[in-house]
Design a binder for this molecule. Structure first.
Ligand code: MET
Length: 517
């Protein structure tokens, strides 16, 4: 077996794993989800999901990854196959490969907007667009949806190309010289930028005490942190909270496992996994929660902030934030920090999304690192065209729904059943605690074995009853978008079939070789 790459240092590994988890989800998706789901009402199911789904799955995925790595596998098909010798297991693993790949395609495009907008901040390009309509129109003309400030999609296309190039350049340099190096630079910078922004936000007070004395940062914090028990009966909030935990921790997509596969057999995973989850949560609920919502509450009031969040996933980050920057002294500088922070958060996650596929091509097909990276870079470049040009018709939303929301839960369900019930919880527990630098509380043995799978099952059943049919039939989707949404499904199906076929070919080849021996 060829010698596998390794992480250079422990701190590098933790930063890379934290970089994998900390992403656009922490700063853009979290505030929107919290605001849409009633702030303080959201946080209770959120923490429940963190302890019953997020942290247990974090440990499981590190264990699955390190175990698979022992057999030379950096992607889920091989990992599942190592844990469960049944023909189907590698195909269930293929689902993980599929999810990370699809997410990479649309995620890098959003990531590229942040790079663009950091440039537009420092050059004050959007200064003058001071109303919601004007700023939304700026964003939409950048995205090629309408013609206004930008007359063509070229600037967006340019930043997309730069972003893809940077991603694949880093991936080309490999685990320790590429991904680890990036994390060592990007993560501390991200912390610094976020802290500067939080300080700026908390010192804002009440910007307009005469006309709006109750519009202030405190009201933003109160909105998130005053627990609201009245809405706990609403299943939607529980599902949204679980969805956010999945998205933000990057569980259920194969990227944490891929990173963990570069560990040595006796390297700790208990403490490292917990550190990754804690870092992510610190960034999300301390830093992420202290920027977009409180600042919007101070300038627009809580009601409007909730309206903004309901208006779409990017309204808070790309529309309301730029309006606020224009009201602040040195706003161009804070805008630059905000969007560059998002870019760093994004790129340390997106490189992780390509890693399973790169490992797969190298390990299961014997393709060289350079060629595998180039091949995937090229394929992502082709697929992203659809996202860029059909953005207006919900292409991105469709992919985000199936891969970034539904897919994560489905894959995690298969994974935990294989890990806790087929591989077996006793062996699984031994894996999690092997080489551990902390004592993992025994209660997690039972949580992983019973509660997490049941929780996931419950989410899936709930989905089947409530959402499956209307979502599948695209109820509520604008009629003119339906063909494009089907197009997105077609593209995903194509990617899925391609991955399944590759898994089949690789295993057929391997079985033949084994028989020949
Ligand atoms: N965890 C990263 C983020 O929060 C990547 C998520 S992809 C489902 O953005």
């Amino acid at each position: 077996m060829a010698k596998r790459e390794r992480w250079g240092t422990r701190i590098g590994l933790i930063l890379a794993m934290a970089g994998n988890a900390v992403g656009l989800g922490n700063f853009l998706r979290f505030p929107v989800q919290a605001a849409q789901n009633g702030g303080g009402a959201f946080m209770i199911p959120y923490f429940a999901a963190l302890f019953l789904l997020g942290i247990p799955l974090m440990w499981v995925e590190w264990a699955v990854g390190r175990y698979g790595g022992k057999f030379g596998h950096g992607s889920a098909p091989g990992m599942f196959d190592a844990m469960w010798k049944a023909p189907i297991s590698k195909y269930l693993g293929a689902l993980g490969l599929f999810i990370s790949t699809v997410i990479m395609v649309y995620y890098t495009y959003i990531e590229s907007w942040t790079l663009g907008f950091s440039f537009f901040s420092i050059t004050k390009a959007y200064f003058g667009e001071t109303t919601f309509d004007a700023m939304r129109s700026f964003l939409q003309s950048y995205q090629g949806i309408e013609k206004n400030y930008f007359q063509s999609i070229l600037p967006a296309y340019f930043f997309m190309c730069v972003t893809l190039f940077l991603n694949f350049f880093i991936l080309y340099r490999g685990i320790s010289r590429g991904i680890e190096m990036l994390a060592k630079i990007a993560m501390p910078t991200l912390f610094l930028f976020a802290i500067i922004l939080v300080i700026r936000v908390v010192t804002l007070g009440t910007p307009d005490p005469v006309n709006h004395p109750d519009w202030n940062v405190e009201s933003g914090f109160a909105f998130i942190w005053n627990p609201d028990f009245s809405k706990l009966g609403d299943a939607k909030i529980w599902l949204a909270a679980a969805g956010q935990i999945f998205f933000t921790l990057s569980v259920g997509m194969g990227t944490l496992q891929a990173y963990a596969s570069y560990l040595r057999e006796n390297d700790d995973i208990a403490l490292s996994g917990l550190s990754t989850a804690s870092t992510n949560e610190f960034v999300e609920v301390i830093l992420g929660a202290s920027i977009a919502i409180p600042v919007a509450a101070a300038f627009f009031g809580i009601e409007t902030t909730q309206e903004i969040a309901k208006g779409g996933a990017f309204n808070l980050g790309f529309v309301s934030m730029p309006i606020i920057f224009q009201k602040l002294p040195f706003g161009e500088f804070f805008g630059f920090l905000w969007f560059l922070l998002l870019f760093f958060a994004g790129i340390t996650s997106s490189v992780a999304m390509a890693q399973p596929l790169i490992a797969f091509l190298k390990e299961e097909f014997g393709i060289s690192h350079g060629r595998a990276t180039a091949l995937i870079g090229f394929s992502v470049f082709i697929a992203i065209q659809f996202v860029v040009f059909f953005l207006k018709h919900g292409f991105l939303d469709e992919m985000d729904y199936w891969a970034g929301t539904f897919g994560l839960v489905l894959f995690a369900l298969f994974e935990i059943i294989i890990f806790a019930w087929i591989f077996g919880m006793d062996k699984g527990w031994a894996e999690i605690t092997k080489g551990a630098d902390i004592k993992v509380p025994k209660i997690f043995y039972y949580i992983i074995k019973y509660i997490t799978p049941l929780y996931l099952l419950f989410i899936m059943v709930n989905w089947l009853i409530q959402d499956a049919v209307p979502t599948f039939l695209m109820q509520g989707v604008k009629p003119e978008d339906i063909p494009y949404r089907w197009g997105a499904r077609g593209l995903m199906l194509l990617i899925f079939i391609a991955i399944i076929l590759m898994v089949k070919v690789a295993w057929d080849k391997r079985n033949k070789q084994n028989r020949g021996k």
